[in-house]
Write a protein that binds this ligand. Structure first.
Ligand code: ATP
Ligand code: MG
Length: 388
């Protein structure tokens, strides 16, 4: 192995061409409002994969190395021989110490064993090298989601990976928009946390904060009292205010994409996120939660699309049954007609009504929503609760 010449690292190149690649190429995040020149990047999507694949290969590791010689052969050989590390118990991790001793013991014993218990591990898999897969916790149209234990820090995460291999440049770029949105946004208490992402076996892997469940899970489908709906509404409105201020629209707000962790509501699944200024492709979300204007392909108020979807979502939580995909109920909602909700305050019903107004301009912005006096009660309650 010592005789293998060390290939030049594309990272170290500092020519004008390589600088240009870094600026204009694949690594510029089109969803990051601070990245100038994102139009160039969008245009690149129409080009062949030629120049910027260098960056992709270098950055996302092991998938494309076989066809492109950017990872030293010696490193590949070494990696093949390296066993994944055992899981490390994290003493700061509250969940871990509270786990049932037997289950916990078994689990650690299992993953403290080395290579043989790592099903599917071939020494080249970042997923199996870095994580111990515990169980599948969900599946969407495009992805499988697993609860995993990260070997090095002993903490649990959710890892989502695409169901099928993304062979084409265009599909990979499209899938990457989700992580680019998450990375550009940064962290917010009411957004599912993002840690890292990589390509492996031509599938995109996304490591995220592990949540307890989503609002569409059976666990969540108990009766939602108005106070709890207000709490969810206020928290997701704060997430929307945060993303809208960064120039991003979610476009798929629905119970399935609102998660709960330790009683905190979090917006997740940024698979359809786009820029408010319409400079990225727009793919509407679940039709049940989409306002009429987007079904008419009018994209002038994408932030207000999220407000409509949030209003429809809250209405569904109160109603306790899924919204219709067609028929009179579907049409009434698009006309801003909400049936009376017995037992709920007029103030709350009026708020929901204005959120689903057929005219997007009449709908409150996320900021206006967050500042609505209806939330004063829960704010006060929170302050009292937080007093020492
Ligand atoms: P969609 O079909 O909605 O476009 P998708 O293929 O992009 O979906 P997600 O909706 O992101 O996949 O995830 C699928 C399911 O996995 C969710 O409904 C949820 O049950 C579970 N899940 C996803 N992310 C997490 C998480 N961070 N914590 C816990 N469970 C999660
Ligand atoms: Mg989803």
């Amino acid at each position: 192995m010592e005789n293998i010449p060390c290939p030049k690292s594309p990272e170290k190149l500092n020519t004008v061409k390589s600088k240009k690649l870094r600026q204009d190429g694949f690594l510029v995040n089109p969803l990051d409002p601070t990245s100038y020149d994102y139009q160039d990047t969008v245009d690149l999507a129409k080009d062949s994969f030629s120049t910027d694949e260098v960056q992709l290969t270098k950055t996302i590791g092991y998938t494309t190395q076989k066809t492109h010689n950017y990872v030293p052969q010696s490193a590949v050989a070494l990696r093949c021989r390296v066993m994944p590390p055992p899981c490390i118990k994290n003493p700061y991790q509250k969940d871990a110490s509270e786990m049932d001793i037997d289950r916990f013991g078994n689990q650690w014993a299992k993953c403290a064993g080395l290579f043989p218990v790592i099903t599917g591990g071939d020494g080249l898999s970042r997923y199996y090298t870095d994580f111990h897969e515990i169980e599948q916790i969900g599946a969407g149209n495009f992805s499988h989601v697993f609860k995993v234990l990260k070997r090095i820090d002993g903490c649990f995460y959710a890892v989502k990976h695409s169901k099928r291999q993304l062979h084409h440049d265009a599909e990979r770029r499209k899938a990457l928009l989700e992580v680019q949105a998450l990375a550009a946004l940064g962290s917010h208490e009411n957004i599912v946390g993002y840690y890292s992402s990589w390509f492996e076996n031509e599938q995109l892997y996304i490591q995220m904060e592990l949540c307890d469940h989503s609002l569409s899970d059976k666990k969540a489908s108990q009766f939602f009292a108005e106070g709890e709906v207000l709490k969810a509404l206020h928290q997701i409105a704060q997430a929307l205010q945060f993303i809208h201020e960064k120039g991003i629209a979610h476009l798929d707000v629905k119970p399935d994409n609102i998660y709960v962790k330790n009683g905190v509501y979090k917006l997740g699944d940024f698979g359809r996120a786009t820029l408010l200024n319409k400079s990225l492709p727009i793919e509407e979300g679940d039709a049940r939660y989409m306002p009429q204007e987007i079904l008419n392909e009018d994209y002038d108020h994408l932030d207000k699309v999220d407000i409509f979807s949030l209003g429809a979502t809250m209405y569904e939580l109160i109603k306790g049954s899924p919204l219709s995909e067609s028929g009179p109920q579907f049409l009434n909602l698009r006309d801003g007609k909400l049936p009376l909700l017995p037992g709920h305050s007029l103030q709350f019903q009026n708020l929901l009504k204005v959120m689903v107004d057929p005219d997007p301009v009449q709908r409150p912005s996320a900021k206006e929503l967050v500042e609505n006096p209806i939330f004063d009660k829960i704010q006060k309650h929170r302050k009292t609760y937080m007093k020492p």
